[in-house]
Design a protein around this ligand. Structure first.
Ligand SMILES: Nc1ncnc2c1ncn2[C@@H]1O[C@H](COP(=O)(O)OP(=O)(O)O)[C@@H](O)[C@H]1O
Ligand SMILES: [Mg+2]
Length: 319
């Protein structure tokens, strides 16, 4: 992949192809969410109905129906290959189902082509992936500002503030290679959040993190949840899964069962990560090391590779 020849700035232009999973946009940079008023499971944010995603004879998703309410924190668990990333890619506008209906706040995602999906992705969804997808030649703060750039106007002060919120203020001018995995993921979280999306989709967001960094990321998710953000988190980590109010357990592309945890704490705090929690039963197949089909499926989207999934939402599309 080559550095883009965007005229608006070498850094931002060159980063266009790597920004794929970054896009997160809200009505206005600098706007804050309004308190906790939106929390609660009233209006469905997502409604998917009889959704299947087939690759030849293989049904990566097989007749899945699911509603996710505004302000809910939903964990998606299940063994490797059970369809978690496929589901996330469809929810995240990086892939389309072969059958079924996908509604985001009433809008038919399944009817949209790639350009429209890219717009939705940029404007309404924040994505965090196991693989960091940071632009290697940009500093931490520049990586965050890149997401602002795709939204509207880069604002270094706000980008710095976002990094400070994830404890990365003092690393703002470091390049990704100068950061640990945990630190890189915190930059990714700041980047996904910078434009205040209503929905955060995270596919194994703590998959590469040590316990300390996992806690930082999860605490931050709790803050977002408290502020009314809808969170959908794929994880094979039982402790992370238990943070959600609902656990959807996928097996063989189908919803095997659902666990609703009334005791899931909606409040923030490091203590939110309970240790020694019970596992979600048969749901967790454990060692799903590679982000695998998350990227594979994204690669199957129009375009020619995982990273193009979001690039198509980049500025080139606005020309
Ligand atoms: N682009 C693709 N082409 C063919 N098969 C795929 C593709 N993406 C995913 N699959 C298959 O679909 C199934 C579900 O994959 P995935 O959603 O990545 O599972 P999970 O994230 O739960 O590990 C797997 O059998 C996987 O091999
Ligand atoms: Mg996966």
């Amino acid at each position: 992949m080559t550095a883009a020849d965007d005229t608006t700035g070498a850094n931002a232009g060159a980063a266009a192809e790597a920004i794929a999973e970054v896009t997160a946009v809200a009505p206005a940079v600098g706007a804050r969410k309004t308190g906790t008023g939106r929390a609660g499971a009233a209006d469905p944010v997502y409604s998917i109905q009889h959704v299947s995603r087939r690759y030849g004879d293989l049904a990566a998703l097989d007749d899945v129906s699911l509603d996710i309410g505004a302000g809910e924190w939903v964990s998606i668990v299940g063994p490797s290959g059970s369809g978690k990333s496929t589901l996330m890619n469809i929810l995240g506008c990086m892939d389309s189902p072969t059958e079924g209906i996908v509604l985001l706040e009433g809008d038919r995602l399944d009817k949209m082509g790639e350009p429209e999906l890219a717009t939705v992705r940029r404007q309404r969804i924040g994505l965090v992936f196991q693989q960091f997808h940071l632009v290697q030649h940009l500093t931490a703060v520049e990586n965050v500002m890149l997401a602002q750039y795709y939204h509207s106007i880069p604002d270094e002060k706000e980008a710095l503030a976002a990094l400070e919120r994830v404890g990365m203020g003092d690393r703002a001018t470091h390049l990704p290679r100068e950061l640990s995995g945990g630190e890189q993921q915190r930059v990714c979280v700041a980047r996904a959040l910078i434009n205040h999306p209503d929905v955060i989709l995270a596919d194994e967001p703590t998959g590469n993190l040590d316990e300390t960094n996992e806690r930082i990321v999860i605490d931050f998710f709790h803050q977002l949840h408290d502020a009314g953000t809808t969170l959908i988190v794929v994880t094979h980590d039982a402790e992370v899964a238990e943070q959600g109010q609902r656990q959807i357990i996928l097996e063989h592309g189908r919803i095997a069962r659902e666990v609703t945890d009334a005791s899931a704490t909606p409040t923030k705090g490091a203590s939110g990560l309970s240790s020694g929690g019970t596992r979600p039963g048969a749901g967790d197949g454990g060692a799903e090391g590679a982000p695998g089909a998350g990227e594979a499926a994204a690669g199957s989207a129009p375009g020619d590779g995982a990273r193009n999934a979001g690039v198509s939402g980049g500025p080139e599309e606005d020309r």
